[in-house]
Ligand binder design. Sequence first.
Ligand code: 1HE
Length: 266
Amino acid sequence: MRRIEDLELKNILLKVDGDGIASVTLNRPDKRNALDIATIEELVDIFTTLPRAGVKAAILRANGDHFSAGLDLVEHHRENRSASDFMHVCLRWHEAFNKMEYGGVPVIAVLKGAVVGGGLELASAAHIRVAGPDTYFGLPEGQRGLFTGGGATIRVADLIGKARMIDMMLSGRLYRGQEAVDVGLCQYLVEDAEAKAWEIARNAAQNPPLSNFAICSAISHMQNMSALDAAYAEAVVAGVVNTQDAAKARLEAFAKGTANKIKPDA
Ligand code: 1HE
């Protein structure tokens, strides 16, 4: 099992604070955090390692003015890849983003500037997306003569529906502001996305890890199942999670009337 301190990272900064919250920072601002293959491999390593390292939540953020300009178009052009080469590149993107989505650690993305193409594919693998006022979302693949290869056909279509996704890809339509929230590209639109993401992460980190594991992996897995199989899997997961020791003190407090209440101003 690899340890966080053993990871060799060049394009991503990784820190874990004393509360077990990791910040994963895309760090190629001069290239607008375009995703080259080295960055994708670092994402694979990071999101393979974090769930086994006791990390309670992760903030996915970026240095510079833009979250990510998507596929590194210059590298792609320079490498002159064959169809088979690029298919394998896409499989590494899927590996990275699946590790994020199915790893069981809550990932909260802090979005700003361009969240486009593969940048949106990356953001859509996070569990919660928090956008700042200057964030915009696009799928300019059509304009570049490309197609999505990092899971957008699954995740972005799931967030916004296929008609909107096709519109974005065909017409180059960009979404931003409240409209981006309304269509489902992000869940929060706030002045200070960074602060909001940390607040969400710190709250989520208070939940028992097994509950977060189920929330952040079981729901995604169940979406891939028939309703009958999903209901069965839900019962099995709930059997394990809802009887865990970590829940007992919380349930006892509720039974005694000392637990917090679920009210808007509580
Ligand atoms: C890049 C990339 C990139 C910037 N690959 N190098 N994505 C796109 O089509 C978006 C392409 N990027 C842009 O439209 C703009 O760069 C931005 C709107 C994001 C930012 O504009 P700006 O004016 O701040 O920066 P810039 O001057 O365009 O770029 C600064 C540098 O970043 C420059 O490099 P330099 O060496 O000349 O300084 C750019 O080349 C570099 N850069 N974006 C490589 N994307 C799995 S399939 C997924 C398919 C897709 O993702 S398609 C969408 C691709």
